[in-house]
Design a protein around this ligand. Structure first.
Ligand code: MD6
Ligand code: FE
Length: 208
């Protein structure tokens, strides 16, 4: 298929999630953090509200033509930051990872940037706000270790967990695209990448 390209082999596969442990060397991680600092100067992190009234514990921002946004009226992609400006461009350092690992030749339209402080977590969810779910989602972990839980295509049932470390990259595609997953907790202070601790997760997507 013309839209596919060769991609490296994952170090582990859990329920169809292709996990590339240690894919990004420390110098690459540091360069990503520098690019993300510049990005968050233009598009500061905000605390998303949820439709059910409880704020999310992660702080969030985006890059690319579309950013993910959540408030009392629901979840959606928007072309602007909540303060009104367009989202910044996805840094080349981030696009390089997609090009290397996604297995597809179309570029991502959205890079969601999630920051996890000491007590942040992310409940079990599906990623299904994109129009065409045949495109993969690529996720990059930076900073503190995080306990990633992988479930099933419907809520509930047995789950499997794996620790994601700084420099790990996960590709969720194919049969795994609608699998429930979440972050139970981070091991605050386990990494020296971010001087004040915490974890950044990037998720790259084709949206429409
Ligand atoms: C996180 N990750 O690692 C949350 N979604 O902080 C996700 O929700 C995720 O890792 C889609 C594909 C891969 C992921
Ligand atoms: Fe997700």
């Amino acid at each position: 298929m013309s839209n596919m390209q060769a991609a490296p082999k994952p170090t582990v596969v859990v329920r169809g999630f292709r996990i590339f442990e240690g894919l990004l060397q420390r110098d690459v991680q540091e360069a990503l953090v520098a690019d993300l600092r510049a990005l968050t100067r233009d598009a500061p992190f905000f605390a998303p509200q949820t439709p059910y009234g409880k704020p999310m514990s992660v702080r969030m921002t985006s890059a690319g033509e579309l950013g993910w946004f959540s408030d009392r009226t629901g979840y959606r992609y928007t072309s602007t930051h909540p303060k009104g400006q367009s989202w910044p461009e996805i840094p080349a350092s981030v696009l390089d990872i997609w090009d290397h690992i996604s297995g597809v030749t179309r570029s991502p339209q959205s890079c969601l940037v999630n920051f996890y402080g000491e007590n942040a977590k992310m409940g079990m969810h599906q990623d299904k706000d994109e129009k065409d779910l045949t495109w993969p989602v690529v996720s990059v972990s930076l900073g503190d270790d995080a306990l990633f839980r992988i479930g099933n295509e419907t809520r509930g049932g047995k789950t499997e967990s794996i620790w994601l470390r700084s420099g790990d990259v996960v590709v969720m595609g194919g049969a795994a695209r609608l699998t429930y997953h979440g972050i139970d907790r981070i091991r605050y202070g386990s990494s020296t990448l971010l001087p004040k601790g915490g974890r950044i997760n990037l998720t790259l997507r084709v949206v429409d």
